[in-house]
Design a protein around this ligand. Structure first.
Ligand code: DX5
Ligand code: ZN
Length: 230
């Protein structure tokens, strides 16, 4: 059975000089409170963009009690991912395309006390990673090419969401299904109908005048679409 929708605002679209305040804007009580805060770590190699790393994540962990969802778009996650778990991230996601030994990475992340996530780019087949996914807690389906916020949603990746949902509902996989890229008012419903549990939204939340209100609106849309699809 799918989870109640989780909303994970991505701070990639927030003001990097005011990250604490930007997270506070989605930390109020009620439906506008983020379930997770999504942190995009990019190294300028695995993706053609450079963002933030472990020191910033450590600082954010001191300023918020909302669980941090760290999405590592980096080369050699085998080396770097456990550090994010040790720091206290709730979920640490690595890319299937970058991992050398993904099963060991999952074990290391879990041993350090976090959930382990595996992400697949739009062109990556889910079938090639199903055995590996048995060792993971979350599957992050990318619905844009990783690297930048504000890109257009790619509906063709929803087949992967449907497959993962079916495998999770029939007990063949024990993962939470997360989607990332282009999630907003006019795309979240199809992602919810396909069986997504957790919705990352960057520009739709931080491009809005009131980020908390945007979180609440996305949550309501996802819940309604999920209900209708049952
Ligand atoms: C893109 C990042 C996303 C990004 C999503 O590589 O992984 O998390 O912040 O931004 P939007 O929601 O604007 O597509
Ligand atoms: Zn992301």
């Amino acid at each position: 059975m799918a989870h109640e929708p989780l909303i994970a605002p991505s701070i990639l679209s927030a003001d990097f000089a005011r990250l604490g305040e930007e997270i506070a804007a989605v930390s109020g009580p009620g439906d506008g409170r983020a379930d997770w805060v999504h942190v995009d770590v990019m190294d300028g190699h695995f993706v053609p963009n450079l963002t933030i790393g472990l020191p910033v994540v450590q600082s954010l962990l001191r300023t918020t009690d909302i669980p941090l969802d760290c999405h590592l778009m980096i080369e050699d996650p085998d080396r770097w991912a456990p550090g994010y778990a040790e720091a206290g991230a709730h979920n640490v996601t690595v890319h299937a395309e970058a991992a050398h030994d993904p099963v060991k990475i999952a074990k290391d992340i879990r041993a350090a006390g976090a959930r382990a996530g595996l992400s697949v780019k739009p062109g990556t087949r889910l079938e090639d990673h199903l055995d590996t996914l048995r060792h993971y807690d979350t599957l992050l389906v990318m619905s844009v090419e990783p690297g930048f916020g504000g890109q257009k949603f790619m509906p063709e990746v929803l087949d992967k969401v449907r497959t993962a949902r079916r495998l999770a509902d029939t007990g063949h996989l024990n993962v939470l299904v997360e989607i990332d890229g282009g999630i907003k008012e006019d795309t979240i419903e199809q992602a919810a109908e396909a069986g997504t549990d957790c919705f990352v939204a960057g520009s739709a939340v931080y491009g809005a005048g009131d980020p908390g209100r945007a979180v609440a609106a996305l949550r309501e849309q996802a819940a309604r679409a999920r209900q209708a699809a049952r």
